[in-house]
Design a protein around this ligand. Structure first.
Ligand SMILES: [Zn+2]
Length: 489
C-alpha cells in the first residue's frame, strides 16, 4: 500500500482508514470487517458485542473526570458500495482498496473508495484507541448492510444501546449538520381490463414522451422536472375525449425511486380524426415544451404510425385509468415549516406497466412525518379506489422528524462556531438515513448526522476532501468535550 497517506493529519483517523481499506466489506458480506472490529475491541480491552443481525457495539468508559457525562453513541455503517471502472481488475471480496492522494483529495485506484462510510469507522476506531481525548462514556455502533437494505438498522434491538445521544457519521458535506430525513413507502396499484377487439376504420399510432432528465424521487422531487407518465397521460386523456382515442398499451417509468424519464402508448383512433389528432399532438408538444422550457429543455412528445394492435383495453377501464392517472398526485405535497427549503412530504408516480390482463402502477411516498407519509399514500389509494383499482402498501421505513430544539444540535452548532468561526448549515434530507430506523427503536434518542466532504459516493469517482477530515475530527472531539452531565448524576 502507498505510504503517502501516512503523512496526513490527524494521524489516528488516517491510520485506521488505511487499515479498513485493506479489509473487504461489500454489503451483505461484512464478515471480515466484523471480525476485525471484534478483534479490535477485545485487543483494546473494551466491551464488545455483536447482535443477532450482525451489528457491533464497542463501549469505552469515560476518560478521567468525565464519568458523569451523558453517554454518546457514535454510529457508522460497516459496508461499502462496490463499483469499479470497466477496465479495472478488482475483486471486492478479496482485494484491498488502494487509496492515493490526488491534489486535495484521497481517491481509490479504479474503484469506490469506501470513505462512505469508512471514514466514519476510522473516526470511531481512532476515538476508541485514543488515550488523550476527553470524553464521557461512549458506545460505537457499527451497522451492517446500510447500502442495500438498511438491514442492520432494521434489525437493531431497542435494548442494545444505553446512550440517548447519537452522532451519525455518514453525511457527506463538511459544514452541514443533518437533523432529519424522510421515511418512505411504496403504494402499488393493479387494475384489471378485458381485451376488446379493434373496430373497423381505425388507424394505429405509437406516442412517446422522451428527453426528460429523470432524477431521484427524493432529492430531485422539488426541481420541477417533468414526469413522463403524467405528460403522456394528459395527451391521451384529452385525445380520448376529442378523437375517440382507444388505448392498447401504456408503459412508462422504471425504478420506483426515479422520476419517470420516458413513457409510450400504443393507440388507435378513427381514420377521420387522424389529421386532427396529429395536429393536436404537435400542438401539445409545443405546449408542454413551453411549460417545461426551463427545467426540461430536451422534452419531446412524438407520434408515429403503428400497426393496429391485436386488442384494446375495454373502454370503461381506459376511462377509469386515464382519469385516475390524471388525478393521482405527483411531486411535492408539503414543505417543512421548521427547515427552510426542506421538502416534508412528496409522492412519485413512478411507473405504469401494461400486462396481459392488468395494468400495474407503482408509486412511492416520502415524508419526514410518519402520519403525513401515510396520508399521502392514502390519497393515491383513494384516487385508484374511485377507478376500481386494487392498492397495496409496502411496509416502508420510518423518517426522522427534525427537532430544531435538539440539545445535541445546539452543542454541535456552538462547537462548530467556536472552532471555525462560522455557522454550519442545519439541514434535513428528503431521502432515507439509518437515523429514521434508529429513532423508531429509540424514540428518546437525540441525533445529528455529519461528516467530512465526500464527492462521487457510490461511483469509482468517490473522493474524500483531505482538509475536511481534520475539521470532522476536531468537531467530533469538541462535541464530546461539551456533552452535558447526566441530570441525576
Ligand atoms: Zn453511507
Amino acid at each position: 500500500m502507498s505510504k503517502e497517506l501516512d503523512k496526513l493529519q490527524p494521524a489516528g483517523i488516517w491510520k485506521y482508514f488505511q487499515e479498513i481499506c485493506k479489509i473487504p466489506r461489500p454489503s451483505k458480506k461484512e464478515e471480515k470487517i466484523a471480525a476485525y472490529l471484534v478483534a479490535f475491541g477485545e485487543n483494546h480491552g473494551l466491551e464488545t458485542i455483536m447482535d443477532d443481525i450482525g451489528n457491533i457495539v464497542i463501549r469505552k468508559p469515560a476518560s478521567p473526570g468525565m464519568e458523569d457525562r451523558k453517554t454518546v453513541v457514535l454510529q457508522s455503517h460497516m459496508d461499502m458500495v462496490c463499483e469499479k471502472n470497466s477496465d479495472t481488475l478488482h475483486d471486492f471480496d478479496t482485494d484491498p482498496i488502494q487509496p492515493y492522494i490526488e491534489g486535495e483529495w484521497v481517491k481509490a485506484r479504479g474503484t469506490t473508495l469506501g470513505a462512505d462510510d469508512g471514514i466514519g469507522i476510522a473516526a470511531q476506531l481512532a476515538l476508541l484507541a485514543a488515550k488523550d481525548v476527553a470524553h464521557g462514556p461512549i458506545e460505537c455502533l457499527f451497522t451492517m448492510d446500510e447500502e442495500t437494505g438498511l438491514t442492520g438498522a432494521f434489525g437493531l434491538k431497542p435494548d442494545l444501546l444505553k446512550g440517548n445521544i447519537l452522532l451519525n457519521l455518514d453525511s457527506e458535506d463538511e459544514g452541514e449538520i443533518f437533523i432529519g430525513c424522510a421515511g418512505g413507502k411504496d403504494t402499488l396499484i393493479s387494475m384489471n381490463y378485458s381485451r376488446t377487439p379493434v373496430g373497423s376504420g381505425q388507424v394505429g399510432y405509437i406516442v412517446k414522451v422522451s428527453g426528460l432528465k429523470g432524477g431521484h424521487s427524493g432529492d430531485d422531487i422539488n426541481k420541477g422536472l417533468g414526469n413522463a407518465n403524467k405528460i403522456l397521460n394528459r395527451l391521451l386523456w384529452e385525445a380520448t375525449h376529442r378523437f375517440d382515442l382507444r388505448l392498447s398499451k401504456f408503459d412508462g417509468g422504471n425504478l420506483r425511486n426515479a422520476i419517470a424519464r420516458e413513457a409510450e402508448a400504443i393507440i388507435t383512433l378513427p381514420k377521420r380524426f387522424a389529421a386532427e389528432f396529429e395536429a393536436y399532438a404537435k400542438e401539445y408538444h409545443q405546449i408542454v415544451r413551453n411549460e417545461f422550457k426551463v427545467t426540461e429543455p430536451a422534452l419531446n412528445v412524438q407520434f408515429k404510425s403503428h400497426d393496429l394492435p391485436d386488442y384494446l383495453f375495454d373502454a370503461a377501464t381506459q376511462e377509469r385509468l386515464l382519469n385516475a392517472l390524471y388525478a393521482c398526485p405527483h411531486g411535492v405535497i408539503a414543505m417543512s415549516a421548521d427547515i427552510p427549503n426542506f421538502v416534508e412530504t412528496s409522492t412519485n408516480l413512478a411507473s405504469v406497466k401494461t400486462h396481459e390482463n392488468r395494468i400495474e402502477i407503482t408509486t412511492s411516498q416520502r415524508s419526514s412525518v410518519e402520519s403525513a407519509k401515510d396520508n399521502v399514500g392514502n390519497m393515491v389509494v383513494a384516487v385508484f379506489n374511485l377507478a376500481g383499482g386494487k392498492s397495496v402498501h409496502s411496509d416502508g421505513y420510518p423518517g426522522w422528524t427534525p427537532n430544531p430544539k435538539s440539545e445535541i444540535l445546539d452543542i454541535s452548532v456552538k462547537s462548530y462556531h467556536d472552532l471555525f468561526n462560522s455557522a454550519p448549515k442545519v439541514l434535513a434530507i428528503h431521502a432515507g438515513l439509518e437515523c429514521g430506523l434508529i429513532g423508531e427503536k429509540y424514540p428518546q434518542m437525540d441525533m445529528i448526522s455529519y461528516g467530512p466532504t465526500i464527492k462521487g459516493a457510490h461511483s469509482p469517482d468517490e473522493r474524500l476532501l483531505i482538509n475536511t477530515v481534520q475539521k470532522f475530527w476536531d468537531l467530533t472531539l469538541d462535541i464530546l468535550k461539551n456533552i452535558p452531565k447526566e441530570q441525576n448524576a
